[in-house]
Ligand binder design. Structure first.
Ligand SMILES: [Zn+2]
Length: 259
């Protein structure tokens, strides 16, 4: 693995120590797994071409040329990333989970632009493999995700994270609007998907405020999560609950505890 490649798309938050490296089979194919080729597989991949061809190559060659693969790297947090998280405030010594127990996931996702991108999520190491399985399923269904960068790029400020429509995992913060109560995100056991299109409703307010129009859940706009859709089913497959079903809905939110 070329650490420089990871460093480049981690925006300076480098991942020097890689503990699990695996690239899984194509979104259209079976659950094949192989090791290696990670740097190549993590490069942005063009959308599959549907051009007709009278002289088709062999099926396997055609698939490898045209089919984007889900790629993932699970890594311990590098010293640079630890420093960045401490500087932004996403992690502090008083936080409930140690930096050693968190993992950086670098994984493929489908953007709103219909192209494959590489995203970053920090999650609790105890659930890292489960989260990978969720995002593999989302990739297989071309589930659209706006953005997936670390909260540290927004100073770990939840309002900025949501306004930027950033899909995120770990953040050592309180429950939104409830100072003093650790969020499930502070345990690395919660993920928010497309927060702008899937806002949080609390005490008569909406966060992010710019997501207010998406309170009309009949819009069915790109990135909106619906009951029993691919995202809800993918998280349900690992036993995680969806905040969209709450009396005061948090449409973006999935968590291991269901809280
Ligand atoms: Zn959340």
């Amino acid at each position: 693995m070329r650490a420089a490649a990871v460093a480049a798309f981690a925006g300076g938050l480098t991942a020097a120590t890689l503990i699990v490296v695996h690239v899984v089979g194509s979104w259209a194919g079976g659950p094949t797994a192989r090791t290696g080729h990670v740097a190549a597989s993590l490069r942005p991949t063009a959308r599959p071409s549907r051009r007709a061809s009278t002289a088709s190559p062999s099926p396997s060659a055609a698939a490898s040329a045209a089919t984007p693969h889900f790629a993932v790297v699970v890594a311990e947090l590098s010293p640079g990333l630890r420093a960045g998280m401490t500087a932004s405030g996403s992690w502090r010594p008083s936080c409930p989970v140690a930096l050693d127990d968190l993992r950086l996931l670098t994984l493929s996702y489908w953007g709103f632009d219909g192209a494959v991108h590489r995203g970053h999520l920090v999650v609790n190491g105890a659930v890292a493999r489960q989260i990978v399985s969720v995002f593999r399923r989302l990739f297989q269904t071309h589930y659209p995700i706006r953005r997936m960068v670390l909260v540290d790029h927004f100073g770990a400020d939840e309002d900025r994270v949501m306004a930027a429509d950033d899909t995120c995992g770990y953040n050592g913060r309180w429950v939104y609007g409830r100072p003093g109560v650790w969020s499930e995100h502070a345990f690395g056991k919660a993920v928010d998907i497309n927060p702008l299109e899937n806002p949080y409703v609390y005490s008569g307010k909406v966060a992010p405020e710019t997501g207010r129009r998406y309170l009309d859940r009949t819009l069915r706009a790109r990135g909106m999560i619906e009951a029993n859709d691919a995202a809800v089913r993918a998280f349900a497959s690992i036993g995680w609950g969806w905040g969209g079903s709450w009396a005061s809905p948090d449409y973006m939110h999935f968590s291991a505890s269901g809280k």
